[in-house]
Design a protein around this ligand. Structure first.
Ligand code: HEC
Length: 115
């Protein structure tokens, strides 16, 4: 028999599932990207989709040495964001979550729609 308790448990499960789906990417990392990388690299999803998650992870290793090397010393913004562990952590997570092998389809969502 379907009791109120069953319905409650079912509703709870459904909400958890929905929330898990909505958490497709690290929103803070997304905002860090907009602040520090967008100016030169534009669309965050397009950029993230250029690499596999593993590759992104590599670029951020050793305090982002590789990422700094790519940008040669001339870009202060890259260095600045990499100095801040709390921001870098989120940025890396976002890029990995939206990487080319993540299954995320480039497109619009509630927060962002290109350009
Ligand atoms: C002032 C401009 C500028 C900013 C800001 C900037 N980059 Fe770059 N980035 C460049 C340039 C120029 C290149 C080299 C272009 C090339 O060879 O494709 C590059 C290359 C790269 C590459 C390797 C090539 C590619 O297109 O995949 C990665 C990865 C990258 N940047 C990530 C980032 C990330 C992450 C941030 C934000 C923390 C960032 N960049 C911020 C200018 C910038």
């Amino acid at each position: 028999m379907l009791t109120l308790k069953h319905i409650l448990i079912f509703t709870l499960l459904l909400t958890t599932l929905l929330e898990a789906r909505m958490d497709r990417y690290d929103e803070r990392g997304f905002r860090v990207y907009l602040q520090y990388c967008k100016e030169c690299h534009r669309d965050p999803y397009e950029m993230a989709g250029k690499r596999k998650a593993k590759k992104w992870n590599k670029l951020f290793k050793n305090n982002g040495q590789k990422l700094i090397a790519i940008h040669k010393k001339d870009d202060k913004r890259v260095k600045k964001v990499l100095k801040r562990k709390s921001k870098t952590k989120h940025l890396r997570k976002f890029l990995m979550q939206s990487a080319s092998d993540s299954g995320v389809v480039i497109g619009c969502d509630g927060n962002y729609c290109g350009h």
